[in-house]
Design a protein around this ligand. Sequence first.
Ligand SMILES: [Fe+2]
Length: 204
Amino acid sequence: MPQIDRLFPTQIYQAKLAGKKATRLNKDLRTACLSIARDDRAGQNWCKENAYAGYTSYASLNDLTTRAPQFKDLELALQPHMEAFASALHFDLAGRNLKLDSLWINILKPGGVHTGHIHPHSAISGTYYVTVPKGTSALKLEDPRLGLMMAAPAKKPTAPRDSQPFVYIEPKPGALILFESWLRHEVPPNQATEDRISISFNYA
Ligand SMILES: [Fe+2]
């Protein structure tokens, strides 16, 4: 009997920050994101110069968890999920924990995109979804072997999800998605009529 093994899995961790406390935090985070976006001149200028349709604090602020308590609360809420994912990935951390390296706000206007990228210098990256208007972009994940497939035929549209070259995850408000930082991903155009608000982060 021949045998087919499925090796080298790409793990994607999804959870929802649920409950009264999490709902309150989501609301507070939305207020904080909008307020920071309004005040952060350097960030606004960066977005203008880099044709980012909306606002990101990625290039301008690296202190959100000390700037506003909501972001510290988010960091605390993320911690058990990071530990669970690191354990599922069988990371040998020699008794240490992964540590938050950076955390930033993304406010994507209708029509805005975030083209394919990876997150260098970190181990696990992810996003917490604050506001997800109806019809907005999914998170598009790419098969990490795509660049190596010199002559591999295309996959049938009927191929199962784990054999597709691209997988789309439609986030809900309060959702948390984690993946290893080398996994290329993108945010296709926001086709909703409202802003899509999320908070992304890197753990190293
Ligand atoms: Fe990203």
